[in-house]
Design a protein around this ligand. Structure first.
Ligand code: NAD
Length: 483
C-alpha cells in the first residue's frame, strides 16, 4: 500500500483532494495491482475549478496569440524533458508497450504543443474588402473550456485539446479518464513548473457521472470538447445543448480495412497488422473489419495469420513487446463477450480468442487477450458492425469495389478506414464513397496535424486538427468599418 501513488486535483494552482475526500482506486491493467488513488471529485470540485478558470480568463485572453504560442513552446519543452517519465507512466497506467508509449504517446504529446505554437505564430486573421468598407475577422476566446478525454491515448488526446484551447485564449477545466489519470497529473505539474498563470489550466479527476456530467452541464462552461464512446457522447450532447455550449464530439468507430485484389501483400501486411492491433486494437481508428477481395482471400489469411502469430504479447516494460494488456477487467470481459458472441453467430476463431498462453506469473491477474482473428461472420452481424475496441478483427470477402464500399458503409459509425492497393488512383476514388471522416490509402494513422480530424454518422460531430481546432476553440467576430 505504501507504493500507491496519491493523486490530487489541480485547481487555481493548488493541489487538493476532492472536497468530499472520496477516492477511486486506479489499477494496473498488466498486473491487476492497485497503483494509485485519485480524487472522486463531484460537482463541488467542478464548481471550484470553473470559478478558478473564470478568474484567470481576462488576463489570459489579453495576451497576444504570439505570447500564448510562446507559452505552448515552454510547455512543450518542459514535457519533452520528462518524455521518458511520460512513457513509463502511460505504459503503467494503460498496460500498453513501453515502445508505443514512448514513440507515440510521449512524442505526440510534445508535438501537439509545438504544432499549435507554430499554428499560432502563422495565424492570420482574414480581411474582406468591399467597395466602401473593410471587414476584419477577429478570433476571440470562447471562455471556459471543459475538456473530457478517454483512456486509450491519455496525454496524446488531452494535449490535442489543451494546446489549441490555450492558444486561442480559453481557460481550461480538464477531466481525464478515471482509468488513466497519471499523465494528466504530470501535465498539471508541468503547468506549475513553467509558471503558467494560476487558474488557466485546472485539472479535476473523477468518474464520468460524478465529475464529467457536472462539467458538461455547468452554466459557466462555454465549450465542451469530448472524446470517448458514442453512448457517452449522446449524454454529453444532451447535457451541453441546454446552455448552447460549443461542442465537439470525437466518438467511436468500426473502421473497414479494404484489401483490393492488386495489393502487394508482402510489403503491405505489416501496415495492415498495425492498423488491426495497435494499442491492443484500442485506437478509435483501428481497422477492426478487414474486407478482402475474394480472389486473394485465402492467400491474405495465410500471410496475415503468419504475421499475427509472430506478435510478441506480454510484459509492457519489455522493449520487444508489441501488444500489452487491455485497460480493465470490465473491458476485457466485454471484448471476451464479443468473441463468445462471434462463435454464437457462426464465426470461426482462426487465432487468439482468450488470454495468451505462457504469460509470466507477474501478469496472471492482469487483463489479457491475444490478437484474435475471426472468419465466417456475416458482414452485418453484430460483431462485424458494433465497436469492440479490442484486439479482435473479423474477415469478410468481397467480389468487387462496389460490394466492398457497401460492406464498409454497413455500420452506424463513420470515423476512419483504409484501402490497400497498387492502384492509388482507384483507391483514392473508392475512398470518396466511404462514409467516414478519414480514409488512408496504403497507410494508416499517417497523421499530418494540419488536416481535419473527426467522424460522420455516430462517430462524432465537428472537426478538430489544424485550423479546424483554432476555429472550434475560438469565436469568429466580424467588424465591418464603412469608409
Ligand atoms: P467513455 O465514453 O466511457 O469515457 C470517456 C470520458 O468521458 C471519460 O473521461 C469518462 O469519465 C467521461 N464520462 C463518462 N460518462 C460521462 C458523462 N455522463 N458525462 C461526462 N463525461 C462522462 O470512453 P472510454 O471508454 O474512456 O474510451 C473509449 C471510447 O473512446 C471508444 O468508443 C473509442 O472509440 C472512443 N475514442 C474516440 C476517439 C476519436 O477521436 N474519435 C479517440 C479515442 C477514443
Amino acid at each position: 500500500m505504501s507504493d500507491v501513488i496519491q493523486l490530487s486535483n489541480f485547481i487555481a494552482g493548488n493541489w487538493q483532494p476532492s472536497l468530499c475526500e472520496h477516492w477511486i482506486e486506479n489499477i494496473s491493467p498488466a498486473t491487476g495491482e492497485h497503483i494509485a488513488n485519485i480524487p472522486c471529485s463531484t460537482d463541488e470540485d467542478i464548481d471550484l475549478a470553473v470559478e478558478a478558470a473564470i478568474d484567470a480568463a481576462d488576463e489570459w485572453a489579453q495576451l497576444s496569440l504570439k505570447e500564448r504560442a510562446d507559452w505552448l513552446e515552454r510547455i512543450a519543452g518542459a514535457l519533452e524533458e520528462r518524455a521518458d517519465e511520460i512513457a513509463q507512466l502511460e505504459s503503467l497506467d494503460t498496460g500498453k508497450p513501453i515502445t508505443l508509449a514512448r514513440n507515440v504517446d510521449a512524442a505526440r504529446s510534445v508535438a501537439n504543443f509545438r504544432f499549435f505554437a507554430e499554428q499560432g505564430r502563422e495565424f492570420e486573421s482574414e480581411i474582406f474588402e468591399m467597395s466602401d468598407a473593410t471587414n476584419r475577422v477577429l478570433y476571440k476566446p470562447v471562455g471556459v473550456a471543459g475538456l473530457i478525454t478517454p483512456w486509450n491515448l491519455p496525454l496524446y488526446l488531452l494535449s490535442w485539446k489543451v494546446a489549441p484551447a490555450l492558444l486561442m485564449g480559453n481557460t481550461i477545466v480538464a477531466k481525464p479518464s478515471e482509468m488513466t489519470p497519471m499523465t494528466a497529473s504530470l501535465l498539471a505539474e508541468v503547468m506549475e513548473e513553467v509558471d503558467l498563470p494560476r487558474g488557466v489550466f485546472n485539472l479535476v479527476h473523477g468518474n464520468g457521472l460524478d465529475a464529467g456530467a457536472p462539467l458538461t452541464s455547468h452554466p459557466d462552461v462555454d465549450l465542451i470538447s469530448f472524446t470517448g464512446g458514442t453512448t457517452t457522447g449522446r449524454e454529453v450532447a444532451k447535457s451541453a445543448s441546454s446552455g448552447f455550449k460549443k461542442l465537439s464530439l470525437e466518438l467511436g468507430g468500426k473502421n473497414a480495412t479494404i484489401i483490393r485484389e492488386d495489393v502487394d501483400l508482402e510489403s503491405m501486411i505489416p501496415g495492415i497488422v498495425r492498423a488491426s492491433f495497435l494499442n491492443q486494437g484500442q485506437v478509435c481508428l483501428c481497422g477492426s473489419r478487414i474486407l478482402i477481395h475474394e480472389s486473394i482471400y485465402d492467400s491474405f489469411i495465410d500471410a496475415f495469420l503468419n504475421a499475427v502469430s509472430d506478435m510478441i504479447v506480454g510484459d509492457p516494460s519489455d522493449e520487444d513487446t508489441e501488444l500489452g494488456a487491455l485497460i480493465s477487467a470490465a473491458h476485457r470481459d466485454k471484448v471476451m463477450a464479443y468473441i463468445d458472441l462471434a462463435e454464437e453467430e457462426g464465426g470461426d476463431i482462426l487465432c487468439g480468442g482468450g488470454a495468451p498462453v505462457g504469460i509470466p506469473d507477474a501478469f496472471e491477474h492482469g487483463f489479457w487477450i491475444s490478437p484474435t482473428v475471426i472468419d465466417g461472420l456475416s458482414p452485418d452481424s453484430r460483431c462485424a458492425t458494433e465497436e469492440i475496441f479490442g484486439p479482435v478483427v473479423t474477415l469478410h470477402p468481397f467480389a468487387d469495389d462496389s460490394e466492398a464500399i457497401e460492406i464498409a458503409n454497413m455500420t452506424d459509425y463513420g470515423l476512419a478506414g483504409s484501402i490497400w492497393t497498387q492502384d492509388a488512383e482507384a483507391g483514392s476514388q473508392m475512398a470518396e464513397k466511404i462514409e467516414s471522416g478519414m480514409i488512408w490509402v496504403n497507410c494508416w494513422l499517417h497523421r499530418d496535424l494540419r488536416v481535419p480530424f473527426g467522424g460522420v454518422k455516430n462517430s462524432g460531430v465537428g472537426r478538430e486538427g489544424g485550423r479546424w481546432s483554432l476555429s472550434f476553440f475560438s469565436e469568429a467576430i466580424n467588424i465591418c468599418v464603412k469608409r
